[in-house]
Design a protein around this ligand. Structure first.
Ligand code: BES
Ligand code: ZN
Length: 968
């Protein structure tokens, strides 16, 4: 690295200016905020004091002025910034606000002559500088800068606009100076405030979440990912607090306005995008170690660090970092890697370069409270964010339309990193359940969308936020895993490494990755039927995926766009006509065969023609992003293998057979009875993945039928199926005293208990009630962390107000967020409508439920059959409040909309949903926009599915239960 420690003069002076201006700006800010609250749809906030002429702006039809466009012009290119920020962690008693003050200088180069400066700025209030303008401009290199003619804030497009009286000259450099103030609100975006209690004292943390478009809420900046620059950051903060940012810190005691404060100056960053910046002031503690010269620190609330809750993360970070250095063949580019757990955080974690932020549950581990699933999430989320340090941070996609590659890539390699940290877990297999199967459900809808979006279609912040969806993450991960598999990991990493080397500290597009992979293919002579680009374009440029049908009596293999509702209309044409270039790994009766490709609608592969008792299984380990159907004969033979010798089929494919069959049945390609028959062998199955797949699919049956007469017979059948599994774990754990050794076994123990209790197995219900009662009576919790969520949920469902209140008080007093989360989930399981309604009210009171947890809590309540309609009514009635107060952030709105409508399966519910869409058209749905259409489509499909299947399903369950004749 060898960079000197450099503090600019401007930054040094800045602190003093910032301090002096603070008092005045507090008052100014409170005025501005009350104005802002009162304002209607006015999209321009003139702040030129009336001394300059205001450009014509219409509030209705957007004009074609550059400041009405969401994308920055290409005329100015930032080089570096000097930014000083001073967050106040104490409330101003007059205004009631928490604020931060700031001062910034950005040096930029003029790439094309212009008399206009546009720089992003959102919710910042500027202290006027020379001639009453919001900024001042100086030029470097002797020439005089033009004067500012007019300056204002363009609110809709989030710009600070400066019109100049002359042109900036090509290739000349300029400095733009600003002084500003912002609110340190508890809104989880930009520079924001997080609060928590420690020893009865309320503590405040100032922290940031910039991605995708909130750096502009912290300081004026060219807030686009390709506008990379170097950042010189300084934070002013109280003595005794710690300031962190992307670079290494150095603190000085200074006196500003008679206050002794600390000034922490950070080493300049590497050349990087604004969305990866982070600034944090807290009084957190940390633990650290060093690995090959890189300092690794874990920061969290002092009691959490003291209790050792950061230890697991610290122990795993080094090895995962080393793994990625090897995988990318590139050493970690920064001198330090900080990771911090925050009490309030919207997403799970954020890959700020050198200072990764997490919600507490995603980083802190405690053996007495955390389950194996919590532990796995920590290992994978660390791996995910560390993977971004190169893929995303070192090389950044040019624009947000390629977000899928960034998030999809990290979501794929997180499994590789986690595997390195915990090789015993077999965690790599789980991508099939958590990503492939998960995204199949949305990508099978006609309202799905391709991975790749057009650059011009992604402009507004809400459009950018909408891209953080299951398609980008899980389909992205799935198709990259498929690509890595058919190229082989050796060739895949070879291309990846040269891609990173070529674009380091710069920007790229997904086609650049394809080019590098192609170079690796050519260099190694890898045998693929078309170019990487031709193959991958079929997966990236068109939505959906195929169902591949293997006809083992003719050897004909064909493909067709898989639609959950075959009657739904696909209105978007595809240049590939909804055909894909499909790699087919397959086996014939226990022997893996040479892989094949399906390039057109159909092909005859003679080896796939089988006779006698032979069977064919395609898509081994589900490395391909497609479903598989067979001729009836082969299905029968596969069912036969499942019932006689299920281990002949690889465990991932047992999970696949269940998932494919249930979904093919929903799409009316096979009968629902055939799908149900794939669950018959489960009484002999002990492995997690097939069970989890079955439980996931049966969940759909619960959603559709738990209010109908199918429910009873279905319960009887499933109780019978799960009882052997329950008994198995009972003996394996010596009557529930021990914990199963294997990671997957631990997961399946949870399935055994959940499903046994859910289907009314008395022994299970007694067990969970007894554990919970023991806890209430003795105040000592006897329940293993792995089992807590399900045990709490069952006990609260079986109990009344007493159980609920006990759990609520445990929730409020929990010393670790991971325990609080288990209780927060379980509190939604009560069957008492009044408790559920009161709980719903709590979700919108940040003193009861943190803002970060509001939408997921509502979804938990909606998952409860009793809570469903209550949650829907609640969300409908308060949509506009939820929408405005709970931000446009990441996944929460799409999850909320999907969550509260999941059970919808009647005409009446469909009408309500359509009405909801209409009623709120004006307010909007932000990042949940697509979810509304998906929900409508799902509801229509559900209505049809019930009409067509209810009787069959009822008959099948009844027949099975009555006769126990397994050969229905
Ligand atoms: N870059 C995201 C965080 C993010 C998400 C920022 C949405 C803004 C909007 C980060 O890398 C991420 O993907 N986090 C995931 C975790 C991961 C393991 C899937 C998350 O927050 O859930
Ligand atoms: Zn990510």
């Amino acid at each position: 690295m060898g960079k000197g420690f450099f503090i600019s003069k401007a930054v040094g002076i800045a602190a003093i200016i910032v301090g002096a201006g603070a008092l005045a700006t507090i008052i100014a800010l409170s005025v501005v905020y009350s104005q802002e609250k009162a304002k209607n749809n006015d999209n321009v906030l003139p702040t030129d004091g009336g001394t300059t002429s205001k450009p014509p702006v219409t509030t209705t039809a957007p004009s074609n002025e550059p400041w009405d466009k969401y994308r920055l012009p290409k005329s100015l290119v930032p080089d570096h910034y000097n930014v000083t920020l001073w967050p106040r962690l104490k409330q101003n008693l007059t205004t009631g606000l928490f604020i931060f003050t700031g001062q910034s200088t950005v040096e930029f180069v003029c790439a094309e002559e212009t008399d206009l400066i546009l720089i992003h700025s959102n919710k910042l209030n500027y202290t006027k500088r020379e001639n009453n303008h919001l900024a001042s401009l100086t030029s470097l290199g002797g020439v005089k800068a033009p004067s500012i003619k007019s300056s204002w804030l363009q609110q809709v497009t989030q710009y600070l606009v400066l019109q100049l009286d002359g042109k900036l000259m090509k290739d000349h450099r300029y400095h733009l100076h600003t002084d500003f103030t912002g609110e340190l609100a508890d809104d989880l975006g930009g520079f924001y405030r997080s609060e928590y209690m420690e020893d009865g004292v309320k503590k405040v943390v100032a922290t940031t979440q910039m991605q995708p478009t909130d750096a502009r809420k912290a300081f004026p900046c060219f807030d686009e990912p390709a506008m990379k620059a170097i950042f010189h950051i300084t934070l002013i903060h109280d003595l005794g607090t710690v300031a962190l940012s992307n670079g290494e810190e150095k603190g000085y005691n200074v006196n500003i306005e008679g206050h002794d404060v600390q000034k922490t100056v950070f080493q300049p960053t590497e050349k990087m995008s604004t969305y990866l910046l982070a600034f944090i002031v807290s009084d957190f503690s940390f633990i650290n170690n060093t690995i090959d010269g890189v300092l690794i620190r874990i920061f969290a609330r002092t009691p959490a660090i003291a209790a050792g809750q950061g230890d697991y993360a610290l122990n795993k970070t080094g090895p995962i970092l080393k793994f990625f250095e090897k995988y990318y063949n590139s050493s970690y580019p920064l001198p330090k890697s900080d990771q911090i757990a925050l009490p309030d955080f919207n997403a799970g974690a954020m890959e700020n370069w050198g200072l990764i932020t997490y919600r507490e549950t995603a980083l802190l581990y405690d053996e007495t409270f955390s389950s194996n699933s919590n532990k796995q999430r920590i290992a994978t989320i660390i791996a995910h964010e560390l993977a971004h340090m190169w893929f995303g941070n070192l090389v950044t996609l040019r624009w947000w339309n390629d977000l899928w590659l960034n998030e999809g890539f990290a979501s794929y390699v997180e499994y590789l990193g986690a595997h390195e940290a915990e090789p015993e877990w077999n965690v790599k297999d789980l991508i099939v359940l958590s990503d492939v199967h998960r995204v199949f459900a949305v990508d099978a809808l006609a309202s799905s969308h391709p991975l790749s979006s057009k650059e011009e279609d992604i402009q507004k912040p809400a459009q950018i936020s909408e891209l953080f969806d299951a398609i980008s993450y899980s389909k992205g991960a799935s198709v990259l895993r498929m690509l890595s598999d058919f190229l082989t990991e050796k060739v895949f990493t070879m291309g990846l490494r040269t891609y990173l080397a070529e674009f380091a500290f710069g920007n790229a597009g997904y086609t650049d990755l394809w080019s590098h992979l192609q170079m690796a293919v050519d260099a190694t002579g890898t045998d693929i039927p078309e170019t990487v680009s031709n193959i991958m374009n079929t997966w990236v440029l068109q939505m959906g995926f195929p169902v591949v049908t293997v006809n083992t009596s003719t050897g004909i293999i064909s493909q067709k766009h898989f639609l959950l509702d075959p009657d739904s209309e696909v209105t978007t044409p595809s240049i590939y006509n909804y055909e894909w270039i499909v790699p087919i790994k397959w086996m014939k009766t226990e022997t893996i065969q040479h892989p094949k490709w399906l390039k057109n609608e159909s092909v005859t592969i003679d080896e796939m023609k089988v006779s006698g008792s032979d069977w064919v299984l395609a898509n081994i380990n589900v490395v391909g992003y497609y479903r598989v159907n067979y001729d009836q004969g082969n299905w029968e033979r596969l069912l036969g293998v499942l019932s006689t010798n299920h281990v002949a089929i690889p465990v991932i494919n047992r999970a696949q057979l269940v998932d494919d069959a249930f979904n093919l049945a929903r799409a009316k390609i096979i009968s629902t009875v055939l799908a149900l028959r794939t669950t018959k062998y489960l009484n002999k199955e002990r492995e997690y993945m097939p069970w989890e797949s079955a439980v996931g699919n049966l969940d759909f049956f619960y959603l559709m039928f738990d209010r109908s007469e199918v429910y009873g017979p279905m319960q009887d059948y499933l109780r019978n199926q799960v009882t052997p599994l329950f008994t198995h774990y009972k003996s394996l754990t010596d009557n529930w005293k021990n914990v199963p050794v294997g990671h997957m076994d631990q997961y399946n123990q949870v399935n055994a208990i959940s499903l046994a209790c859910r289907t009314g197995l008395r022994e299970c219900q007694n067990l969970t009630n007894q554990w919970f009662n023991q806890w209430m009576e003795t105040k000592l919790n006897p329940i293993h962390p792995n089992l807590r969520s399900t045990v709490y949920c069952n006990a609260i469902a079986a109990g009344g107000a007493k159980e609920w209140e006990f759990a609520w008080s445990q929730f409020k007093n929990a010393s670790i967020a991971i325990e609080a989360d288990k209780l927060r989930y379980a509190l939604a399981c009560t069957k008492q409508p009044w408790l559920l309604n009161r709980y719903l009210e709590y979700t919108l009171d940040p003193n009861m439920i943190r803002k970060q947890d509001a939408t997921s809590t509502i979804v938990y309540i909606a998952n409860n059959v009793i809570g469903q309609s209550l949650a829907w009514d609640f969300v409908r009635a308060r949509w506009s409040y939820i929408f405005t107060q709970y931000g446009g952030g990441s996944f929460s709105f799409s999850n909320l909309v999907n969550g509260v409508t999941e059970r919808f399966s009647t005409e009446y519910e469909l009408q309500q949903l359509k009405q909801f869409k209409e009623d709120n058209a004006e307010v909007g749905f932000g990042s949940g926009t697509l979810a509304v259409d998906q929900s409508i489509e799902r509801t229509i499909a559900n209505i049809k599915w019930i009409a067509e299947n209810k009787q069959n399903v009822l008959d099948w369950f009844k027949c099975i239960s009555n006769s126990w004749d397994w050969e229905y």
